[in-house]
Every structure is written in structure tokens, then in C-alpha cells.
Design a protein around this ligand. Structure first.
Ligand code: BG6
Length: 491
């Protein structure tokens, strides 16, 4: 592995994300030699911490990776803490001083990665100060990694984008969608563009519908305050789901490079039909979990969760149908659903192929159509794919039955597969933006989602409910049923 040189400046260095994801990911990169002698981290946040305390926190955050005492020492010695109030201009001067000292000491060649891992309301201020107080280095690279949520609608997203664009060019901005770091989300491209048997069938002539499920078994946990203002539509559909749709729907890139892929993803997202209010009501449904029982466990309803308004009408579930107005996808529905407190955690994609033109076995199968071929991509918790084909049932006579070719990664592979954040950090170090979202993608996604939100905001009645640990409200099943279809995955 080649060593990368950079200074990381992490805004929100005492926060949950930094501790749970960033420090462990940096440590994995350190172990593999992707960063080594020539890296340093400045953690900043409001609190007054010493370097020693910061290093203890970092040590604690990598504990699960079983580091040796020697590894701990050499890794954490690269970490520095700087108390910092993001609205105070003078403190950026102190920050720059430390940054250039570390640049010298570790010979970082002027490479800087700014990581915004804190409340989005500060993103703009930070970016502007980085510019005005000359924290950008003159040699080496300057890159900005920015976490979701990127705005709360198109308008606020645009304002945010304009403010960070004052300091960084689009090429320097790496917008994180951690789903793009997942092994099997990246695998979508390999499956499509590495297999002629799929790519040649990947269109409305052969595909009947596409189903995307991002199910979570957990409730809102500790994030009730944030979630109650956001809801599933903004929390999951605007970003993760639409990114998956884009990867499934885009035209083949001419070459697998960030530029080529971004162009195709943008085209795909901009081809998704933007509904009017009537169409939203027709094609999108929402729900909220009420209490439920699974096994011996009793789960409280959303209204009884911590930091949630007991009269809240925030949706914890969304199902809907996207139509993509291109030659390739004409008439093919992309059904999506996501929710909290569903039956089990599971992210998967089902590509449902059209049946054969006629069923020549109709006398023995006693049906007009054969079961559909289905390609399933399992994203998590197991990773892999399966293909359902029709074969002859063993024995006399001629019955035709579906058989499933199943390929799931063993848990061993899973353990070694790098965490999404580790991969994304490495991509950023290398300047590869393939797995980050371009502004045009964010803009297109918000335009699609805004009208859905606005339509719902006008509705005053109670929103549908579903019992905790079930697969969502009845309306979600009805949505497919009225098209003569049903959800393939029913855990
Ligand atoms: C986040 C959402 O973006 O994704 C969370 O804010 C959600 O609400 C999470 O739980 C799901 O991510 P994963 O990787 O666990 O599927």
C-alpha cells in the first residue's frame, strides 16, 4: 500500500461520528500503511481538551480493533486537539498556526482534508472562515468532506452549496453518502457492467420492475430530536435510496472513472419523473410505527420515543414508485421502501424480470405465467447476490419450479471488508470522487423529494400506522397490489 500524506482537520472532533467511524477508520488505514509517518489530525470542537485527553479518547475509540500498546502510541501521537469556536474569527488564526506547524513537522506537503462532522448549521460559517483566514494551503491539495444532511430541501441545500462553494471548487468537495461506501452498493456496477447477461437485459424489454428495500429493525434510538424534524423521506430517500436508484438506472459509463460515472448518475436522477401533487398521492405512502410485540419483546410506539413530540405526524416509513423517463426505463416502476422498526434489518434490491412470452408448461404448472426470474442484490447484513431461475422439478411428470442460485459472502470476508468510512476516506486521500455525490445529484434529488414533502405537509389527517417490527403499513402493500404486483421480500 502506498502511503498518503495529509493533515486532517476534523470539525466536531469530540463528536459521536468522529469516535464511532472516523478514528477507527483512520486506524485501519494506518495499520494497512495507507497513512503512516506523514499524517496528522487536528480535532477541534467547543470543549477544552488537552492533547493527552484527546489521545485517550482516540485510544478508546479504536479499542475494538485490538491495537497493541506500540500501535496505540505511534498512532495517537499524530493527534492534536484545538478548542475552537467556529464563529470566532481569531481562533482560525490559531488553527492555521497549528496546521502549518504540523505540516512542517510531519512533512505533509501542504495536503489538507477538512472534515465537517458536526451540526450542518455551521457548515457555511466554517467554509467561509477557512477561506477568509487563509487556512487553505497553497501547495498540495485542499479537500472538504461534508456529512449529511446536505440541506433540508432544495432551497437550503442550494444556500449551503453556495456558501461552501465560496471557499471550495466542486472538485474539492466530497459529499458523503455512506451507502456509496458499502461493498455491495459498489458491486452494483460490477454486476451490471461486468456481465453481458445482465447488461443486455437491463431495460424495459426484459425488466418488469425494480424493488429497493432499506429496512431497519431499530427505532429512532437516541436521535428522536433530529429524526422528528426530518422523517424517513429526508433521512433515507433523498440520499441513500436515490443514490441506489441512480446506480441501477444510469446508462453505462464509457469508462469507470469518477467523471464518467457522475455524468451518468446525474442524467439518471434528472430523468426521474417529478410528480405533481395528485401523482404524489397516487404513488407515495408513508407510515409511523405504533407499539408492537415480537417474540417476548414489546416495542414502544414512535410517539413514546425519547425527544419525539407525542402528537408528531413525522413518517418513520415511506414506500413509493419512481418512474424514469428514458428509453431504457419507459414504463418500468422502481418501487422503494424504507422504515424504522421493521421486521428485520435488511437492505436489498430485487430486479424482477418479465416472464417468458408464453408458458409452454401451462398444463403441468396450471398457470398462465411462470414465476419471474429475480436477481437479488443483498447489501446488508449479508452481502452477495442470488438469481431465481425456473428448472424442472426432480421426478416423473413435468413440474417447473423456481431454483435459487445463491452467492453470499462468508462472514470471514465480511469481517475483512473495509468499513464504508475507511474506503471513503481513502478515496478522498487519493482524490477519487466516484463514491461521493456531486452537487447536481443533490439538487436533482431534492427537487424530486420536495414535492412529496410539500404534498404531505398540506394533508391534515392522521398518517397511517404500522405495528413495530412489521413490514410497514397496509398502504405499502396496496401500492404494489394496485399494479398487480407484490413485494418480493417478505421477511
Ligand atoms: C443514516 C440515517 O443516514 O443511515 C439513519 O440518518 C439510518 O437514520 C442510517 O439509521 C442507516 O445506515 P446503515 O448503514 O445502518 O444502513
Amino acid at each position: 500500500t502506498q502511503e498518503n500524506k495529509a493533515l486532517f482537520i476534523i470539525f466536531g472532533g469530540t463528536g459521536d461520528l468522529a469516535k464511532r467511524k472516523l478514528y477507527p477508520s483512520l486506524f485501519r488505514l494506518f495499520r494497512k500503511g495507507a497513512i503512516g509517518k506523514h499524517f496528522a489530525v487536528i480535532g477541534t470542537a467547543r470543549r477544552e481538551w488537552t492533547n493527552d485527553h484527546f489521545r485517550e479518547v482516540v485510544t478508546e475509540s479504536i479499542k475494538e480493533l485490538n491495537p497493541t500498546p506500540k500501535e496505540i502510541d505511534s498512532f495517537t501521537s499524530h493527534f492534536y486537539y484545538q478548542a475552537h469556536n467556529v464563529t470566532n474569527t481569531e481562533e482560525y488564526v490559531t488553527l492555521e498556526k497549528l496546521a502549518s506547524e504540523l505540516n512542517e513537522e510531519y512533512q505533509l506537503e501542504g495536503n489538507r482534508i477538512f472534515y465537517l462532522a458536526m451540526a450542518p448549521s455551521f457548515f457555511g460559517t466554517i467554509a467561509q472562515h477557512i477561506k477568509s483566514e487563509h487556512i487553505l494551503s497553497d501547495d498540495g491539495f485542499n479537500r472538504l468532506i461534508i456529512e449529511k444532511p446536505f440541506g433540508t430541501d432544495y432551497k437550503t441545500a442550494k444556500e449551503l452549496n453556495d456558501s461552501i462553494s465560496a471557499a471550495f471548487t466542486e472538485d474539492q468537495i466530497f459529499r458523503i453518502d455512506h451507502y456509496l461506501g458499502k461493498e455491495m452498493v459498489q458491486n452494483i456496477s460490477a454486476i451490471r457492467f461486468g456481465n453481458n447477461i445482465f447488461e443486455s437485459l437491463w431495460n424495459h424489454h426484459y425488466i418488469d420492475n425494480v424493488q429497493i428495500t432499506l429496512a431497519e429493525s431499530l427505532g429512532v434510538e437516541e436521535r428522536g430530536g433530529y429524526y422528528d424534524k426530518s422523517g424517513a423521506l429526508k433521512d433515507m430517500v433523498q440520499n441513500h435510496i436515490l443514490q441506489v436508484v441512480a446506480l441501477l438506472a444510469m446508462e453505462p459509463p464509457t469508462i469507470f472513472s469518477d467523471r464518467a460515472i457522475r455524468t451518468e448518475k446525474i442524467n439518471a436522477l434528472e430523468s426521474i419523473r417529478i410528480y405533481n401533487e395528485e401523482e404524489v398521492k397516487e404513488n407515495f405512502v408513508r407510515g409511523q410505527y405504533s407499539s408492537g410485540l415480537l417474540g417476548n419483546n414489546n416495542f414502544v410506539g414512535y410517539h413514546d420515543e425519547k425527544d419525539v413530540d407525542p402528537t408528531s405526524s413525522t413518517e418513520t416509513f415511506v414506500a413509493g414508485k419512481f418512474m424514469i423517463d428514458t428509453f431504457r426505463w419507459s414504463g418500468v416502476p422502481f418501487y422503494i421502501r424504507t422504515g424504522k422498526r421493521l421486521t428485520e434489518k435488511g437492505t436489498r434490491i430485487n430486479i424482477v424480470f418479465k416472464p417468458t412470452p408464453i408458458n409452454v408448461f401451462r398444463e403441468s404448472t396450471q398457470s398462465e405465467e411462470l414465476p419471474e426470474n429475480i436477481l437479488t442484490i443483498y447489501i446488508q447484513p449479508t452481502e452477495g447476490f442470488s438469481l431465481t431461475l425456473n428448472g424442472k422439478e426432480v421426478g416423473p411428470g413435468f413440474a417447473v419450479d423456481p431454483v435459487k442460485l445463491n452467492y453470499r459472502h462468508s462472514s470471514e470476508t465480511l469481517e475483512n471488508s473495509p468499513e464504508a468510512y475507511e474506503k471513503l476516506l481513502l478515496d478522498c486521500l487519493k482524490g477519487d470522487a466516484t463514491n461521493f455525490t456531486h452537487w447536481d445529484e443533490v439538487a436533482a434529488s431534492w427537487k424530486i423529494v420536495d414535492i412529496i414533502r410539500q404534498t404531505w405537509d398540506k394533508e391534515t389527517g392522521a398518517i397511517p400506522t404500522y405495528s413495530a417490527r412489521t413490514m410497514g403499513p397496509k398502504e405499502s402493500f396496496d401500492l404494489l397490489e394496485k399494479d398487480g404486483r407484490s413485494w418480493v421480500w417478505e421477511p
